[in-house]
Design a protein around this ligand. Structure first.
Ligand code: GRG
Length: 319
């Protein structure tokens, strides 16, 4: 059996720090999605209706998610010596794209789910066309959040910021999540092998974790070699996160997860447990977390405690 290194088996005093980072993300999202800051009127008069779109955006992006991707982004930046104010807009934009992907994933034409984070999915609460538009709005809005709200200062050069936005386009398109989702649906009820599976997970979930790590490091102004190491760390943690999610779909219950469980099997989805069984999948997730940890250890100049605790949080979900 794979054993985790000692430092990953001990709980650090990370909880307070994690709580602080979480509240920074929540405040950021509330501020960026505040309806009062945004014009919904014309000719000096408001009309009824547009506020429903904002409500749906807030409903999906402000509520009850674990916020692991923005926290990972921020902690990577801080570990690399960066500043919260430089990375917060990107972290919030990542959560908006994540929220968008969940809204569209839940639609009747995709996974057809009624429950998300313990409450009705966006199309159940607001209607199907509103859900499509809410996702569209969040996706496009996210790009503006990064470009309008990231301060340009010493580590955040215009060149670095353009690289972040260009990576964000890749992750949000057919080079990232859309590709993963497309291939995932393509292989429903089709034979698949380990290669197909890794492909789907790498794009569907790994891509956003990969981007989180890359962007966090880049916005701290670290050398490109360190950005590349963080890219690998993000890939490994993202893949581990998806394998854990697949395991929880079998082993957990809807109340704990806040979403319908057992759907992967019902929809004949390509997952690690379907192909390799529970024990091998669990070991694969653990190995990926160990590999991420080893990569962190290869960066002596980085303060890695908080990131190791985050890796342990991913691992802990299946224990
Ligand atoms: C245009 C960006 C874009 C995407 C459209 C619909 C779609 C393409 C992609 C869906 C990708 C998807 C649903 C991946 C699943 C990832 C996953 C493991 C989600 C669960 O994440 P958690 O556990 O959720 O972090 P919370 O609720 O905590 O935020």
């Amino acid at each position: 059996m794979t054993t985790l290194p000692q430092e990953l088996n001990t709980k650090s005093n990370y909880e307070t720090r994690y709580a602080n980072t979480l509240s920074a993300v929540r405040r950021g999202l509330e501020q960026f999605l505040a309806i009062n800051d945004n014009p919904i009127g014309i000719n000096g008069q408001s009309i009824e209706g547009p506020e429903k779109l904002w409500e749906a955006m807030q409903y999906s992006a402000l509520d009850a998610g674990k916020l692991i991707r923005p926290v990972f982004t921020i902690e990577t930046c801080l570990a690399c010596g960066g500043e919260l104010e430089n990375v917060l807009p990107t972290a919030c934009a990542i959560e908006m794209v994540h929220a968008q992907s969940l809204i569209h994933d839940d639609l009747p034409c995709m996974d057809n789910d009624d429950l998300r984070r313990g409450k009705p999915t966006v199309h159940k609460a607001f209607g199907e066309s509103a859900a499509v538009l809410t996702g569209d709005a969040l996706l496009a809005f996210a790009f503006g959040i990064i470009s309008k709200h990231t301060p340009l200062n010493k580590p955040v050069t215009a060149e670095n910021l353009i690289k972040v936005i260009s990576d964000f386009s890749d992750v949000s398109s057919m080079k990232g999540l859309v590709n993963g989702q497309f291939v995932d649906i393509y292989y429903e009820n089709r034979p698949f092998d380990a290669n197909v599976l890794e492909y789907i997970h790498t794009y569907k979930t790994g891509a956003l974790f990969r981007f989180s790590a890359r962007a966090g490091a880049r916005l701290a102004g670290v050398p490109e070699t360190t950005v590349e190491t963080f890219t690998q760390i993000g890939e490994k943690l993202g893949l581990a996160f998806q394998i854990v999610d697949d395991l929880l779909d079998i082993q957990s219950d809807s109340e704990t997860m806040g979403k319908t469980v057992g759907k992967d099997q019902a929809q004949a989805k390509a997952t690690y447990p379907t192909l390799f069984g529970i024990e091998t999948s669990r070991k694969k997730a653990e190995s990926l977390i160990i590999e991420a940890n080893e990569l962190l250890n290869s960066l002596p100049e980085i303060k890695t405690d908080a990131l190791k605790a985050l890796a342990e949080f991913i691992h802990e979900r299946i224990h």
